[in-house]
Design a binder for this molecule. Structure first.
Ligand code: IPD
Ligand code: CA
Ligand code: CA
Length: 273
């Protein structure tokens, strides 16, 4: 079964509406939402669950037989509902990326909605409700910010350029040597939201973002947007992350680099240190 341009446009429109509705709800809730501990390292808020329901309900109105992988399931697990149609399309959702910020009333977070087909992200939407910034793309299309084209930059590593980093390096047993080099050679950043960091690479604000523990919903929407903007998306070895098997996906993490074309190879080399 082929996915036509018309199908992509319909999915994109649905993703935009769903992300906007969820983002509006999140902004209403940010100063009031109930916060709890999801596990030893993560918080979750009532708004995460509410926003996820808003997104899934909205998508189901248009695409009742599509599948879902979303961050907030029961008992701290992911939510997964396989597709039932003849075209196995999965929606991959992070209702609030940046929950730790959100839970502390810091409005640096984003709503992420992606559609995936044959293991590849084909539609991506990242919505930053605090600045009303809607980042969108479909596979092989144009990356846009609020309907205007965006492109990843060509800036190299220098004392004025910024690289976004993860906040989690515990799994590596401490900070790797290359982090010190990035801190010394660039204006490093950690915004507490991987999705927005990827969106910023797509619009040329960051030259790269390097993350250690993202899950599928942190990177799926951003991958389409960043690639459509001309950036490279890879694992730390410089290899492609997609396609991946979604039937068996159970919350695995993918060390990811999203970088402008000029610095991608250099960053892959740097990460070997
Ligand atoms: C988190 C954010 C954060 C990253 C974590 C993610 P969440 O997502 O993207 O920047 O460091 O690894 O889990 O939990 O806020 O959706
Ligand atoms: Ca996330
Ligand atoms: Ca989240």
């Amino acid at each position: 079964m082929v996915i036509e341009q018309k199908d992509l446009s319909e999915m994109l429109e649905t993703a935009i509406v769903a992300a906007r509705l969820a983002g509006q709800r999140a902004m209403e809730e940010i100063n009031y939402t109930k916060v709890s501990e999801k596990n030893a390292t993560e918080l979750v808020t009532q708004a995460d669950t509410q926003c996820q329901k808003i997104i899934i309900d909205r998508i189901k109105e248009n695409f009742p037989d599509h599948g879902f992988i979303a961050e907030e399931g029961q008992f701290g697990k992911l939510f997964k509902q396989p597709p039932r149609g003849d075209r196995a399309i999965w929606w991959v959702i992070d209702p609030i990326d940046g929950t730790n910020n959100f839970a502390h009333q810091v409005p640096l977070f984003a709503v992420c909605v992606a559609a995936m087909y044959k293991g590849e992200p084909i539609v991506g939407v990242i919505f930053d409700p605090a600045t009303e910034s809607m980042y969108t793309a479909v596979k092989d299309g144009e990356a846009q910010l609020n309907s205007r084209r965006i492109l990843a930059g060509e800036e190299d590593i220098n004392q004025f350029s910024s690289i976004g980093l993860d906040s989690h390096f515990e799994s590596l047993g401490g900070l790797p040597a290359w982090i010190y080099e990035i801190i010394h050679r660039t204006r490093f950043r950690n915004l507490g939201t991987t999705a927005l960091q990827i969106a910023y690479v797509a619009k040329g604000g960051l030259i790269a973002t390097i993350v250690n523990t993202p899950k599928l919903w942190d990177i799926a929407a951003g991958a389409v947007i960043a690639e459509a903007a001309g950036a490279f998306v890879s694992n730390w070895q410089g290899e492609k992350i997609f396609p991946m098997d979604l039937d068996s996906y159970d919350g695995a993490k993918f060390q990811t680099i999203v970088a402008n074309k000029k610095v991608h190879a250099e960053i892959v080399e740097l990460l070997k240190k």
